[in-house]
Write a protein that binds this ligand. Structure first.
Ligand code: ATP
Ligand code: HSE
Length: 324
């Protein structure tokens, strides 16, 4: 995004607007769909914003309550102000209350959720005739994130495949939404130790061998049918050659669990940039078996693992606005 406009914005956001926003967690990559594939799951951050005469403040319950800034430096407040400035609007003050349930730096799309919350807040603060569409939310939040794979499922819900088309103004982000097969059930194991996405991305190579790119392409092509109509293809469809093995040194335990689960026939992958692992079970019965196996493995670990069966969230982020 461009830096805030240097000339004073002409328009002032009215005081007294209240908006309630809810954004789902997401798992990106799904194995071979690096920076493209993503799925929304039933775990939500909630946010209430209220415009005020002056001052910027945040209260936080849950994840980050002990370390996130509670003033104008809060990520969501910063992003709202940047975007409004860019659009020529002045925001005199804002109170924000966040209920954070998505764990941070674990691979479940917390930063994408925060950027979408900011984009939705901007939509709430602009006049209704500005007609901000979901594609605008996708664009704004993907620009802030640098890639659209967590953003798209959090905006649209369900399973998404995203790409970008460079144009004269930069990258134009696009996404296709599909509904996963109703039986497909994600099971996640979330370790207590975080790994930032930025750190995990430094481990990626600048190029991969052509043969591995070919292998990855053939599996990525299987992802959509496996997730939507042929779940028996989930194991081959989730094999990756682009990122997981390169990130192994930063999350050896996650990769060890994944190898073991895949040897047992379960479609295990690194969720996003990790270190959470996600298994896409073909049905609820397999999900229960997987959850038991992961819980048993977790019991032998030195760190705590939170094992959860999470439903697919077929609906994306929501917002209700009350204008004075
Ligand atoms: N609700 C939030 N409010 C404010 N800041 C947040 C919020 N959620 C995430 N962040 C910021 O984003 C950081 C986490 O981003 P990061 O990209 O490392 O991980 P992630 O988005 O959880 O994982 P992944 O991108 O692999 O799914 C947090 O440490 C915090 O600084
Ligand atoms: N595709 C991203 C997802 C995490 O933001 C990555 O793996 O780095």
């Amino acid at each position: 995004m461009a830096s805030p406009a240097t000339t004073p914005p002409a328009n002032r956001v009215p005081v007294g607007i209240v908006a309630n926003i809810k954004v789902p967690a997401t798992s990106a990559n799904l194995g071979p769909g690096f920076d493209s594939a993503g799925i929304a799951v039933g775990l939500y951050d909630e946010l209430q914003i209220r415009t005020t005469e002056t001052g910027f403040s945040a209260t936080i319950d849950g994840e980050g309550q002990n370390y996130l800034p509670t003033d104008a430096r809060h990520l969501i407040i910063t992003q709202i102000r940047l975007r409004l400035d860019h659009l020529g609007w002045h925001l005199p003050g804002l109170e924000l209350h966040a209920i954070n349930r998505i764990p941070h730096s674990r691979g479940l799309g917390s930063s994408a959720a925060a950027h979408i919350a900011a984009a939705l807040a901007v939509k709430a603060l602009l006049p209704q005739d500005c007609e901000i569409a979901n594609d605008d939310l996708l664009q704004w939040a993907s620009e802030a994130e640098g890639h659209p794979d967590n953003v798209a499922p959090a905006v649209f819900g369900g399973l998404t495949f995203s790409w970008n088309e460079p144009d004269d103004h930069g990258n134009r982000y696009r996404s296709l939404q599909l509904l996963p097969h109703p039986e497909v059930t994600p099971v996640v194991a979330i370790p207590s130790k975080p790994l930032s996405t930025a750190a995990a991305r430094t481990l990626l190579p600048t190029s991969v061998p052509h043969g591995e790119a070919v292998a990855n392409a053939s599996r990525a092509a299987l992802l959509a049918p496996a997730m939507t109509t042929n779940p028996e293809l989930l194991l081959p469809a989730t094999e990756d050659w682009l990122h997981q093995k390169y990130r192994q040194p930063s999350m050896p335990e996650t990769l060890a669990h994944i190898v073991s689960m895949r040897e047992d026939g379960h479609a295990a992958v690194v969720s996003g940039a990790g270190p959470t692992l996600c298994v896409f079970a073909k049905n609820r019965a397999e999900a229960d078996v997987v959850a038991d196996k992961l819980t048993q493995r977790a019991a032998k670990s030195e760190q705590h693992w939170d094992v959860r069966i999470l439903p697919v969230a077929t609906q994306g982020a929501t917002m209700e606005v009350f204008r004075p």
